[in-house]
Design a binder for this molecule. Structure first.
Ligand code: 2U9
Length: 337
């Protein structure tokens, strides 16, 4: 690259400006020298052929040349009676460009909505580790080694001997170890399972569990809390029913159904023609679980519940496949704003 390039370019440009006859000529000159593909840009991109010592000097000279040409163009334009920068006219009638807006992930949104409903009933959110000790995931929840119920909560085991928690009940155990009753907490968070992925199952999903322990907590309190939740989250028209069930950590235990949000209970393909949709499990905290954290089952009782956040969000929004939440398709993610 010739070291005279900046000086020659400036001289040529000043001559062109001198002989320009109209603002249109000046605009052509601006594009020729200062445009995105103009001479200055081209010379700047050719600097790669220079030695590392010569490069900064040349860059400085070319930038100074650029400034001098711009100043000469502005001077000439002003002299011609049209002041202002030499720029293409701004078309103020053009429609504005719409900025791309982000959106809260549907699962984050569901977690926030659900947490808010329980916050309104006095529940605060508690957190704990996703990589857990076997004790918190199983033993403390009444699932000793070789207990058959461990199968339903099977998960990924780490080389250290720890495991990825398969429910957030671990958080409630940890909380009870640190606090005495009364307890009113929810435990939102990610959990892991030994699970083959299909439209309604995933090896990683989110739960919100709840726990209330106090003097004289009854199943009636549990029903009232869950009915309030269902009315706030799904709408005041839904009905609720409790079916007896089994969990190792609650006794008695129940599965909770709401009337189908699609058909209103008439029976359709979503509710397998039953008119009901299962939304969560619940029960009274098992005496053995209270004893595992040194609570006195004579002076306190508790209820607990657990739901899959993906599941309830899918039912609420008519989402047919759990994999949608992790595929990062913005056509899906951008719909809830
Ligand atoms: C403590 C004691 C008891 C939490 C509960 C359920 C019932 C339940 C499932 C719903 C769908 C898990 O995400 S899911 O697969 N959960 O059915 N969870 S009772 O019981 C507890 C929790 C903590 C100390």
């Amino acid at each position: 690259m010739d070291p005279d390039v900046p000086a020659r370019t400036l001289e040529e440009a000043l001559n062109d400006i001198e002989s320009a006859g109209s603002p249109a000529d000046l605009e052509d000159i601006r594009i020729k020298y200062l445009g995105r593909k103009g001479l200055i840009s081209r010379h700047l991109s050719e600097m790669g052929s220079l030695s590392p010592e010569a490069r900064p000097k040349m860059g400085k000279l070319l930038n100074e040349t650029k400034g001098k040409i711009a100043a000469a163009l502005a001077g000439k334009l002003e002299a011609a009676g049209s002041s202002g920068p030499v720029l293409p006219a701004l078309d103020v009638t053009m429609p504005g460009r719409k900025p791309a807006l982000g959106a809260i992930h549907p699962i984050t949104r569901a977690m926030d909505e659900i947490s808010d409903i329980f916050a309104g009933l006095g529940f605060t959110a508690a957190e704990g580790p996703e990589a857990e000790l076997e004790h918190y995931n199983f033993e403390a929840l009444n699932m000793p080694v070789d207990h058959p119920a461990r199968d339903a909560f099977d998960t990924l085991f780490l080389e250290s001997g720890a495991l990825m928690r398969s429910h957030t009940s671990t958080v409630q155990i940890r909380y009870m170890e640190q606090h005495q009753p009364p307890v009113r907490i929810i435990a939102p968070g990610r959990v892991y399972r030994h699970e083959t992925v299909d439209a309604s199952h995933h090896y990683m999903f989110n739960q919100i569990e709840g726990l209330a322990v106090d003097e004289d907590i009854t199943f009636a309190d549990l029903k009232a809390v869950l009915l309030h939740f269902a009315h706030r989250y799904f709408g005041p028209e839904v009905n609720m029913r409790f079916r007896p069930s089994f969990f190792p950590f609650t006794e008695p235990s129940a599965e909770v159904d709401i009337s189908c949000v699609i058909c209103g209970g008439e029976g359709c393909s979503v509710c397998s023609r039953t008119g009901w949709l299962e939304i969560m499990g619940c029960g009274m905290v098992d005496v053995d679980v209270l004893q595992a954290v040194n609570y006195d089952p004579e002076s306190c009782t508790g209820f607990a519940f657990g739901m899959g956040v993906e599941r309830v969000a899918m039912l609420k929004h008519g989402i047919g496949d759990i994999r949608m939440f992790t595929e990062n398709d913005i056509r899906f993610l951008g719909q809830l704003r």
